[in-house]
Ligand binder design. Structure first.
Ligand code: GDP
Length: 314
């Protein structure tokens, strides 16, 4: 298998982290680079919160809460409850006590002038990660959600406070036109032998990454397999609002529409065995089990994807 290949994965949080965990089981860490969505990031209580970076970091460090797929295992919320006692402070965004240590350190490093890339490297190396974990950009590109009920909402208000109940009209990546790729993301992608797009939410987790100035052009200039994995199985998302958003945007919830979302970017697609075939002659695809309930499922999907890509050259 692709043990000697450099693999770059574009991903969001929980769904993406499952594939990341599978890849980490079968490949040497130095071959893996994870480019993570930071459109969900926000400043809260004076702290910089990066939900997707932390989900991937905690997953790879084997510290993640297994019931949720995010947050830290065995964490408590004593500090959050104490904050709420003061003046009924809004506590809709759950911050665990141990998790707070990550946010405090990150915020301090950022305030000292470190980039988010450098900050993430220090945090992830401290937790023992050998794979490279990179934010999609060092600039803030907050995802803004235009809703029917409330007009435009900041991402976490839409996602956590309103529990993605509002009807989505459109999405904006604020400031993306002024953004740029970090030298680390640029050089990881330039040196990639394979680029994978994890089964993350295309609209909320991948679109922000693809909105970073220069990223689409860089992907288009690469002559390597660029392969997406479906987050949709049998007309539904495994978790989260992917299917709801597709319906609200007037699309059928099919893998074919997920593949269409990545038109012009991907040259391969991993479809689920339970889905309809894509029926597209212009795109390589394979059907395998993509549902990752166990560590073995994650490893199998990672291995099946890489073995299939390796067979392209045969
Ligand atoms: P978030 O940022 O934490 O919302 O997570 P992501 O964007 O990375 O992942 C959300 C997407 O992952 C949803 O569309 C899910 O359908 C998808 N997903 C979650 N678990 C699985 C799984 O086991 N298999 C597949 N194929 N997709 C999954």
């Amino acid at each position: 298998m692709a043990l000697d290949k450099n693999i770059v994965v574009l991903l969001g949080g929980v769904g993406g982290a499952k594939l990341a965990a599978g890849l980490a089981q079968i490949l040497p860490a130095r071959r893996l680079t994870f480019v993570v969505n930071t459109g969900d990031d926000f400043w809260h209580l004076g702290l910089k919160i990066c939900p997707d970076l932390d989900t991937v970091m905690y997953t790879l460090a084997r510290m993640v809460n297994p019931d949720w797929g995010w947050g830290l295992q065995g964490d408590s919320v004593v500090t959050l409850e104490a904050l709420h006692r003061f003046y009924g402070l809004d506590t809709w965004f759950r911050l665990g006590d141990k998790d707070l240590a990550t946010h405090i350190l990150r915020s301090q490093l950022l305030r000292c002038g470190r980039s988010l890339t450098e900050t993430t490297r220090r945090l992830s190396e401290s937790l023992g990660l050998e794979a490279a974990l990179l934010p999609m950009s060092d600039q803030e590109i907050p995802t803004m959600i235009e809703t029917v009920e409330y007009g435009e909402l900041a991402f976490q208000e839409y996602f956590v406070k309103h529990r993605w109940r509002p009807v989505l009209k459109s999405i904006r990546h604020a400031g993306c036109e002024r953004s740029s790729l970090s030298s680390q993301v640029r050089s990881a992608l330039s040196g990639a032998d394979i680029v994978l797009i994890a089964p993350s939410n295309p609209w909320l987790s991948l679109a922000p990454i693809l909105a970073v100035n220069g990223l689409r052009d860089l992907l288009a200039s690469l002559d390597v397999p660029i392969v997406a994995v479906t987050p949709v199985i049998r007309g539904a998302a495994v978790k989260g609002p992917t299917a709801k958003i597709m319906s609200e945007l007037g699309q059928d919830v099919t893998a074919a529409n997920i593949a269409d979302f990545y038109t012009g970017i991907i040259n391969g697609f991993v479809n689920d065995i339970q889905n309809e075939p894509l029926g597209r002659g212009d795109l390589r695809s394979i059907q395998v089990n993509t549902l990752m309930n166990t560590e073995a499922d994650k490893r199998s999907l990672a291995a099946a994807t890489l073995n299939w890509i390796e067979s392209w050259g045969a």
